[in-house]
Ligand binder design. Structure first.
Ligand SMILES: [Zn+2]
Ligand SMILES: [Zn+2]
Length: 269
């Protein structure tokens, strides 16, 4: 991987500001459009097109605050810019061969392509769970986690709505993992897709996983909309991001979760 120099449209290795700024603008736009498309699609399907059909699956039945979506989109735009800047930095490091990203499948055993995605998810989960617990300390909460909790009744638009400091803290482990954990580019892209899709699903406020998922050997460890909706309504439970294991081990899973999940997932479509 040393001396790996990837040819891309813009060469950032010369340290010039104009290509750097152009890349920031391109990446920010791409990240923001990804958010608009994903959140927009899920919002359209679950809150407009099939709203009546999914009404029994609606978890928190209160209405969202007036102007909530507007402020969520604004926070997401700032988060996109921050991720765009960090993405450009990563691209620069990648072109200089300084990251752990490899592009030959044969460089490691093929099973590492899948294994590395799992490792990234588990490490991200562990970091986020403890970051999240820390962000709920009253003084920290007031400063930069309240922005996300302004959305009491969430929608898909809440999925990327974070205070800028929280956005940076969320991005930090991803940057570190890209530097230190060998991963194929496809594995990194799969991880980023899982991160985006699960965040949208978890903020849907409609349970879309089938009945019994919470008892399934894998499903019981996997977070969905009911699990995260309880975090937004109860604050002191369900701090996980993808998996429930830290909430299980630390006894921070909401006692209402199983009953609520059973109630909201029994309606087939
Ligand atoms: Zn929280
Ligand atoms: Zn949330």
């Amino acid at each position: 991987m040393k001396n790996l120099k990837i040819k891309t449209v813009i060469d950032l290795t010369q340290g010039q500001w104009i290509p750097f700024c152009i890349t920031v603008i391109v990446l920010t736009t791409a990240i923001f459009i990804r958010y608009l498309l994903m959140a927009g699609l899920f919002y359209y399907l679950f809150n407009i097109r099939y709203a009546a059909k999914f009404a029994p699956n609606r978890i928190d039945t209160r209405v969202s605050k007036k102007g909530q979506i507007k402020s969520e989109i604004l926070y997401a735009l700032i988060a996109s810019l921050l991720f765009g800047i960090l993405g450009t930095w990563i691209l620069h490091a990648w072109q200089l061969g300084k990251t752990a990203i490899y592009n030959e499948v044969s460089h490691y055993h093929w099973s590492w392509m899948i294994g590395s995605v799992l490792v990234l998810l588990v490490l991200h989960e562990t970091y986020y769970y403890w970051l999240h617990r820390w962000m709920h300390l009253p003084s920290v909460y007031r400063r930069f986690h309240r922005a996300h909790h302004e959305s009491l009744v969430t929608t898909a638009w809440t999925s990327f709505s974070f205070h800028p400091i929280e956005s940076l803290l969320q991005a930090l482990p991803i940057v570190l993992m890209i530097y230190f954990i060998p991963m194929h580019l496809i594995s990194l892209v799969v991880f980023l897709i899982i991160m985006t899709v699960t965040s949208v699903i978890n903020h849907l406020n409609s349970e879309i996983y089938p009945a019994g998922t919470h008892r399934h050997w894998f499903g019981r460890w996997w977070i969905g909309a009911t699990h995260h909706a309880l975090h937004h309504s109860q604050f002191k439970y369900n701090f996980g991001l993808y998996f429930t294991f830290w909430d299980h081990w630390m006894c921070t899973e909401s006692p209402d979760f199983n009953t609520l999940f059973e109630e909201k997932s029994k309606h087939d479509h």
